[in-house]
Design a protein. Sequence first.
Length: 467
Amino acid sequence: MVTPAFLAALRASLGDTPVLVGADERAAYAHDALGVGPLPDVVVRPAHTADVAAVARLCHEHGVPLIVRGAGTGYTGGAVATRGGVVLAMDRLNRIIEIDDVNLLAVVEPNVITADLQRAVEARGLFYPPDPASLEQSSLGGNVAECAGGPRAFKYGVTRRYVLGLEAVLPTGEIVRTGSKAVKNVVGYDLTQLLVGSEGTLAIVTRITLRLIPRPATSITLLATFATIDAAVDAVTALIRHRLVPAAIELVDGESLRAVARHVGQALVPEGCDAALLLEVDGSAAAAAEDAVSAAAACAEAGALSVDRAATEEERQRLWTVRRQLSPALKGPGIAKVNHDVVVPRGRIPQLFAELERLRQRHGLRIAAFGHAGDGNIHVNLLVDERDEAAVARAHVAERELFERVVALEGSISGEHGIGFAKAPYLGIELSPDEIALMQRVKQAFDPKGILNPGKIFPEPTPPARS
Ligand SMILES: Cc1cc2nc3c(=O)[nH]c(=O)nc-3n(C[C@H](O)[C@H](O)[C@H](O)COP(=O)(O)OP(=O)(O)OC[C@H]3O[C@@H](n4cnc5c(N)ncnc54)[C@H](O)[C@@H]3O)c2cc1C
């Protein structure tokens, strides 16, 4: 609990570092993209690893919950202080420390914005591929904590593939350095990769060493439209049979296409279209051009209604509108969007869409689905009128059925958004009691008093203590 003695000790150890206790100041740190949560008791904005370590030590000593916050774009409530305590806002740790174009790596503080690093390295002919749709807002520390993915993951992999090393503060206050600047390292357990995707529950990341690759010379964007979702999925299979590895294969269903058309006020796809694929191929100019021709042929084979190829950057941006406008288009006054990021083996996407149709019929719900077809990672949005309690209740039943079905299809309940507190009650659908217990023993080793991001990932016997 935050006591006057704890606050006094915090201020004494932090010098000029901002310690915010006013309700208005704290309100800005009470939400993420999932929604608004409880107010933290205190917000600290450190600018140095030593300050982070001092806060962790004091929280450990006083048994105060400590929650790390990046840019607050998480979809599962991970950065929200469900049990009060201290929110460590990392926004002042935002420097690109080094871009090394001989060793192809960058060293950054955690709150560098993803797109800012991408622009900085691209200006030097280098490439940092992970591209969550939130890249203009999300932080690299948040990306590491959630192991963020994005459209390019099919070809280039998710954040994990690019993390070579970390500096991190343990919840007990020690500073550790994991991995190295070398691309090979098999010394001891791989703590770097254990921390990637740990959702701010094991340690506070204060510095990240990231692998870079050379920037592809060209990328070409195509938009193919189809009369049915099955035809679009057939095109994905055809692409893979042609041994093509596009940088992006984004699948958008009819419900989502109609929502975007309403949102932007114009039809973006031909009449009779109930699914679309947005494809991006990249590489040398010759290789990208050849792949674009093969990709268009694969879509035509699957019965595409149209295949448009962007000839200019402006056209490329227009084609991407379909994908980029999805998130705002699906929100609306009074609409509660229950957003999931389930994954199935790619060949089972048709079964996943058949399941969505069954859920629509059985529960009378609007469901919009789109996502990274190359990875089988589909964002399923259950759209309900938030004033309609019965519909909200039906959506919750449907989400459990969705998760059970996805696991039966040998997939996963989350491909990139993580568990946070929103999906913690469903952990047991995918993991066995023994697996959960093993993870809890790992958590215990890092955080013996359980102060770091409590109530996240693991199902709780009781609801969060504060509301
Ligand atoms: C419109 C929109 C589109 C999105 N698209 C994608 C997408 O395509 N792919 C995808 O993967 N995600 C996507 N997301 C989800 C979100 O952007 C990612 O999960 C992102 O990685 C979160 O980064 P953040 O900086 O906002 O983290 P926050 O929301 O601040 O925190 C997320 C978690 O990370 C922990 N954390 C943050 N910083 C640190 C640190 N320095 N050390 C330890 N733990 C830390 C927090 O405690 C919390 O548990 C999207 C979100 C939105 C709103």
